[in-house]
Design a protein around this ligand. Structure first.
Ligand SMILES: Nc1nc2c(ncn2[C@@H]2O[C@H](COP(=O)(O)OP(=O)(O)OP(=O)(O)O)[C@@H](O)[C@H]2O)c(=O)[nH]1
Length: 403
């Protein structure tokens, strides 16, 4: 039933952008409303005294036809013409009908409301033009009110019919404005919902690495900043891991760029299985380098995860024959942690923690690869001393391949 009714205001809507479609539908709805709202008046004229009200009845027939003409006009895609017909028709009906029956029946009030709504049909309407149109309707309203007094109107509607018509006009005007406001509210809610969804989608897109589906460096920066301020508040631990695929250049040379891409995807998926806490963030830092932010994770926990990452990637058994028969893809890992007890904990920030993990990664690479190295946050930054007193093999519990 509702769908059948909706078909009535469909003419001309198809093939247009959503906003335009809504305006055309509103134009059709107002055309149908204008014609339908005139019917009770026409019935009154016919049933009460057709001979007296013939003039207004015939004039109304013309107005009804004009209202309905917006449907074929919109169907022919003459949307501006349809809107103009509505506006001019409403204007003329205000004058002509008021001339016949006076202001007692409230029709002038009714068309004034209709005019305000009609103006919405004009796209990109300049506020000055809007004010001008509404002011001209205001003038018309005043003119009809004062021009057509009981003595000047052709055939005034007698009491109590004039009061009934007045009540009907007010009710019609209020209902019409209510419906239109409701429809606009619905459209705004709908548009807001869509905007929120597309904003969320764009945000996800801007924080995601397209190759692996992991978060990207932008998300890492935000997470580090967020977790750093949380660390200061909650006085817990924060760790960062960085890892990098070993000899990836030669892997790429051997298996091509596509093979390299597939390898990165496999590594990302395996790392995702290791980094399973919802609060942890695994990101592709760039190229063949990855990073992990581990909130509420101390040194021991981070070391364990680093070890698990090495094992998980090795267990993928992705061959890298460029390094010799039977060789597999491995990673080197750098880890750094901070707890609230660490001295000058708030001196540097999350970026510094990342830097420490990167230095540890550099150390893991330079000391033979396929291993994990821990670098404390509070150590001096000098390359020579940063892992002083911590032989690489002692840093992370290593199995035999991690010498
Ligand atoms: N297939 C593929 N290759 C990439 C991508 N990003 C970076 N690379 C390649 O990764 C390689 C990284 O090489 P290097 O920085 O020399 O590092 P490496 O060969 O892994 O050497 P180590 O890190 O010292 O073990 C380069 O050849 C890059 O072209 C990517 O998205 N896809």
């Amino acid at each position: 039933m509702i769908n059948t009714i909706k078909q009535l205001w469909r003419p001309g809507t198809s093939g247009n952008p959503r906003g335009v479609r809504r305006r055309i539908a509103l134009c059709n709805q107002l055309g149908l409303f204008g014609a339908t709202a005139t019917i009770p008046y026409q019935l009154f004229y016919c049933l009460y005294d057709f001979a007296v009200y013939r003039g207004v009845f015939l004039a109304n027939l013309v107005f009804m036809a004009a209202y309905l003409s917006v449907l074929p006009l919109n169907h022919k895609r003459w949307h501006n013409t349809a809107s103009n017909v509505l506006l001019i028709n409403g204007c003329c009906q205000l004058f002509v009908v008021t001339f016949f029956i006076g202001t007692e029946a409230g029709v002038n009030l009714f068309y004034f409301t209709l005019a305000a709504i009609l103006v919405f049909l004009y796209e990109h309407l300049h506020s000055r033009i809007y004010i001008a149109i509404m002011a001209s309707f205001g003038v018309q309203y005043a003119l009809t009110h004062f021009l057509f007094t009981a003595e000047t109107v052709a055939t005034p509607v007698p009491s109590p019919w004039s009061e009934i018509m007045y009540a009907g006009s007010v009710a019609g005007a209020l209902t019409l404005s209510g419906i239109v406001l409701y429809l606009f509210r619905q459209q705004i809610d709908h548009a807001e919902g869509e905007l929120m969804l597309s904003n969320r989608y764009l945000e996800t897109l801007s924080n995601t690495d397209p190759l692996t589906g992991l978060a990207n460096r932008r998300a890492l920066d935000a997470a580090l900043e967020r977790e750093w301020s949380r660390l200061a508040r909650r006085q817990q631990a924060l760790s960062v891991i960085m890892f990098d695929v070993d000899h990836f250049k030669s892997f790429n040379d051997q298996y091509g760029h596509d093979g390299g891409d597939r390898c990165l995807q496999q590594i990302a998926a395996a790392a995702k299985n290791v980094i399973s806490r919802a609060s942890d963030l695994l990101v592709r830092y760039g190229g063949e380098e990855f990073a992990v932010v581990l909130p509420d994770t101390d040194e021991a926990g981070a070391r364990l995860l680093a070890q698990q990452l090495c094992t998980a990637i090795e267990r993928l058994n992705i061959p890298n024959e460029s390094l010799g028969a039977g060789a597999c893809v491995t990673i080197s890992v750098g880890v750094s942690s901070i707890t609230h007890t660490t001295s000058d904990a708030h001196g540097y920030g999350g970026a510094h923690l990342l830097k420490r993990a990167d230095e540890a990664l550099y150390q893991a690479k330079s000391s033979g690869r396929n291993r994990a190295v821990y670098c404390p946050y509070a150590q001096p930054l000098s390359v020579d001393t940063r892992i002083a007193g911590r032989p690489v093999s002692d840093d992370i519990d290593s199995r035999s391949p991690l010498s």
